[in-house]
Design a binder for this molecule. Structure first.
Ligand code: ADP
Ligand code: ASP
Ligand code: MG
Length: 418
């Protein structure tokens, strides 16, 4: 069996969905499991709904209507007859969502988040599987929540591999096109959970592992994994073959083309991962597999924006040692700051962190009781894999370098735009 994953960008409108059909015609769809994300920016739009819900905003209804309107237009563009049962099926999902908004009693933000945001994937896969049937491809729509079992850590749930393995290997039908949702799972009470933003690539990895799949292909709006994000680097070039290790490192440092968790399950069973263009499906793209990297000599650039550089120094010139460091890290964990780089000297300690939930303002007073705290907001963290002098110069030009760290294969530079 092959596992395919189509992300939000590939199904953002009716043309995109028709293109998925064309891709399947070209590359085959028998014995395939299709993992699909929410359409376009639907997850962000549903996050807006959640925000309005908790703020009891007057905009709540209009924000739901916007999501409805967007999908309805796609339906009208795809199906000429409003009697097609897909209209009722999508309508039912919206009614469920509205029922939840009207009746929910839970004050738990993360729980509510998952119950609402999941409709993005439920709707997209419903539309896609009806469209495939409409075009004559027989499909089986699977509710992924019956397959991927997780703990109840809403918004960042962890997979229960044993349960997941058992249900997937028993219930996924081979020899046909199966369609299911990325990003979602369910906990022991069957409440919906999610695997973290952008988690649909990971879903593909989970299924592939449990099905002993032949390969995974994630279809993207780029030709494959490149040595830099082509949105920011004009001369980015394709990496045709990279090892799991290199791909994990790149994803970990922030190359958003592959979700970092995707690769571990694949690597364990040596299942190859193809990253290919949904615009040019017959091009080879990138193959991530066991073995050596063909383009190791080429530096790769990874950019993380909106970082926070925090420097702590001891007030009394005492050393910053294991004890302090473990305390500092416990606080970062507690305040959900994600540490992307660490550098320490005898009496100071610097970290480049991502403060997604804007918690640093609450953490700062706690740190300030023990340390002198300096920080720079809105800095950029560049990571160069397989760096050379020219690559470093490219990054550093016209910027102020605040911190630099070099290891054998990787250079990291924290900069502030001038
Ligand atoms: P999906 O539609 O599957 O969610 P994403 O938008 O998450 O796809 O991933 C594709 C995007 O990743 C590309 O549009 C590109 O801008 C970005 N990207 C970041 N780093 C790289 C890289 N090294 N190579 C290719 N694309 C990259
Ligand atoms: N729809 C989810 C998100 O936008 C998951 C995904 O696209 O991978 O984060
Ligand atoms: Mg994405």
């Amino acid at each position: 069996m092959r596992v395919f994953k189509f992300g939000g960008a590939s199904v953002k409108d009716a043309e995109g969905i028709k293109n998925v059909y064309d891709v399947l015609q070209k590359v085959g769809y028998e014995d395939v499991l299709l993992v699909v994300s929410a359409m376009g920016k639907t997850t962000n739009a549903l996050e807006e709904v959640i925000k309005n819900y908790f703020e009891k905003s007057e905009e709540l209804n209009s924000s739901v209507q916007e999501v409805k309107k967007y999908h309805n237009q796609i339906l009208l563009d795809l199906f000429d007859d409003e009697k097609n049962e897909v209209f009722a099926a999508v309508n039912t999902l919206f009614s469920e969502l509205e029922y939840f908004l009207a009746h929910n009693k839970s004050p738990n933000y993360n729980f509510v988040y998952d119950q609402i945001v999941s409709y993005g994937e439920l709707i997209s896969t419903t539309i896609l599987s009806h469209f495939m049937s409409f075009m004559g491809i027989k499909t089986q729509w699977l509710d992924v929540r019956n397959f991927i079992k997780t703990n109840s850590n809403y918004r960042d749930a962890e997979v229960d591999w044993e349960l997941t393995q058992a249900t997937i290997s028993k219930n996924v039908k081979k020899k046909m096109l199966n369609i299911t949702q990325g990003f979602l799972g369910s906990d022991e009470n069957n409440f919906t959970t999610t695997l973290g933003r952008e988690g649909s690539d990971y879903t593909a990895g989970i299924f592939a592992y449990c099905l002993n799949a032949e390969s995974v292909t994630i279809w993207k709006d780029v030709p494959g994994v490149m040595n830099a994000d082509p949105r920011y680097f004009e001369n980015a070039s394709l990496l045709s073959h990279i090892s799991y290790r290199e791909a994990i490192e790149m994803a970990f440092y922030g190359a958003t083309v592959i979700h970092p968790k995707t690769l571990q399950p694949l690597q364990k069973k040596e299942i190859p991962l193809y990253v290919k263009s949904f615009i040019n499906p017959m091009l080879a793209g990138t193959c991530v597999s066991k073995g050596s990297d063909s383009e190791w000599q080429i530096p790769s650039f990874i950019v993380k924006r909106d970082q926070l550089l925090i420097s702590l120094s001891s007030i009394d010139f005492s050393f910053i040692m294991e004890e302090n460091i473990s305390e500092i890290f416990a606080l970062f964990h507690q305040f959900k700051l994600k540490v992307n780089l660490i550098q320490n000297s005898a009496i100071s300690f610097s970290v480049c962190v991502e403060d997604k939930f804007e918690n640093f303002k609450d953490l700062n007073p706690i740190l300030s009781k023990k340390f002198k705290v300096d920080f720079d907001e809105n800095v950029t963290l560049y990571t160069i894999r397989h760096f050379n002098d020219k690559a470093a110069q490219t990054v550093e030009q016209n910027k102020t370098v605040l911190l630099k760290q070099v290891s054998r294969e990787t250079m990291q530079i924290v900069t502030k735009e001038n």
